[in-house]
Design a protein around this ligand. Structure first.
Ligand code: GLY
Length: 426
């Protein structure tokens, strides 16, 4: 099978790496890819960008792809998977209609209500007066979400009412804009990716992401600064509970509406005193959680994604996992997330040793062949270990060998879990 992967981040590098290791996959093409992906797969341009469904479908036909895997949310919400399927090619990723589970927070809340899925109280607001009322009703910490896709900048969680109002005002500035104000969910967060062909749901291993830029969860939100899996601290039976109470009812509700969701439903959860509650749905794999989840997956990925795309997930044998723990640490550019500096030379990529590997995200190749920074999150360094302590040690030893002037990373990825300090209420 030949697979075309759309995207250019470390998530896509992890997907390409896992697909290339599948004996059933003869070749992997990535578009646009990145210099790390280029070392293991053919990279092709997408002249009109990754949201151009017709361009993706044309490229898939040109390279003879049997399966297209769409990594980021924007092409999915723009209908890229529809365009690929219309060209008669299997596609891993939901239709534009189904991707509204990520593309509109208000729509996701509506589906959750219809499916009786546990989530926070919320109000959909189209004016600042409505926002002010909702902030007062729910109290601090305030949670204000742009209804639509905002490239990771749509959610603000703050104790400061003025900041919550300012964010809402910013989101509401465009015509026809909507924000969702939510009750804050208190408890450690878990990301659970559920593969689904629209009927059957198969969960992957849970992971935890670190969204704030600084140690101790200080500073602004980012796209994710690190992750680890498995989560030894989650209540027993959590994964099955989330499938039974959240993922399966959501997938059943989407099918009932005539807009079946097939691909990966990313269930973002808070483990609260009232049990697991949905913080958000996404219509794609998470980044950087995918880097650790796929590091542990033993089952060849291509066959599973193809079965998902073909409506045959029920026929896939139970997934097999490494017992080991995986940790990824994101190396970010100076100034990230506010104003990342690009163009810095990266040294040491070949010196990380055999105990870790580097996935590229915001990198580019300079004219002289050197790898330089080209985005905010530059690299994801991944390591496996027999326990979290060993996986962390290996990941951080590799990070220490990489040089990028002014770069920064969190030093506490998976540390609380390693110390047994992640507390679940109740
Ligand atoms: N890890 C957060 C995200 O992928 O949205």
């Amino acid at each position: 099978m030949k697979v075309l992967v759309i995207g250019s981040g470390a998530r896509e590098h992890a997907l390409v790496r896992a697909l290339a290791a599948d004996p059933a996959v003869d070749a992997v093409v990535a578009a646009p890819g990145n210099p790390g992906i280029d070392a293991i797969a053919l990279c092709r341009e997408l002249p009109a960008g990754p949201e151009d469904g017709a361009g993706i479908a044309a490229l898939a036909q040109e390279v003879g792809a049997d399966l297209v895997v769409i990594g980021p949310e924007a092409p999915l919400v723009a209908g890229a998977a529809d365009a690929v399927r219309a060209a008669g090619i299997d596609c891993f990723g939901p239709t534009a209609e189904a991707a509204r589970l990520e593309g509109s927070k208000a729509f996701a809340k509506e589906v959750m209500a219809a499916a009786d899925v546990p989530t926070s109280l919320s109000r959909v607001c189209t004016s600042l007066d409505q926002v002010a009322d909702a902030l007062d009703a729910f109290g601090a910490p305030h949670v204000v979400k742009d209804d639509g896709l905002a490239g990771g900048k749509g959610v603000v969680v703050t104790d400061e009412r003025a900041r919550a109002l300012a964010h809402a005002a910013h989101c509401l500035a465009g015509p026809g804009s909507t924000v969702v104000v939510e009750e804050f969910l208190d408890g450690p967060e878990v990301s659970l990716f559920c593969l689904t062909d629209g009927t059957t749901v198969v969960p992957l291993a849970p992971a935890q992401d670190f969204k704030r830029v600084g140690d101790g969860d200080e500073g602004p939100n980012t796209g994710g600064m690190g992750a680890y899996s498995p989560l030894d601290w989650v209540p027993e039976g959590l994964t099955q509970h989330v499938v039974d109470r959240i993922a399966q009812p959501t997938i059943d509700e989407m099918r009932r509406r005539g807009t079946p969701f097939a691909g990966v439903l990313y269930v973002g959860l808070a483990i609260t005193a009232r049990g697991p509650q949905v913080v958000e749905f996404n219509a794609r794999f998470g980044d950087p959680e995918t880097q650790v989840v796929l590091a542990r997956l033993l089952t060849p990925l291509g066959v599973v994604l193809q079965a998902t795309a073909r409506g045959a997930l029920a026929e896939v044998p139970p997934l097999r996992w490494r017992e080991q723990h995986a940790v990824t640490v994101v190396v970010a550019a100076k100034g990230y997330p506010q104003s990342p500096r690009t163009g810095g030379r990266i040294h040491g990529l070949d010196e990380v040793g055999d105990d870790a590997y580097v996935l590229h995200a915001g990198t580019a190749r300079a004219k002289d062949g050197a790898i330089v920074s080209a985005g905010g999150r530059v690299l994801s360094v991944v390591a496996l270990g027999d326990d979290l302590e060993q996986a962390r040690h290996r990941a951080y030893a590799a990070v220490d060998r990489i040089e990028l002037d002014g770069s920064h990373h969190r030093t506490d990825i998976a540390l609380a879990a390693q110390r047994g300090e992640v507390a679940v209420a109740g």
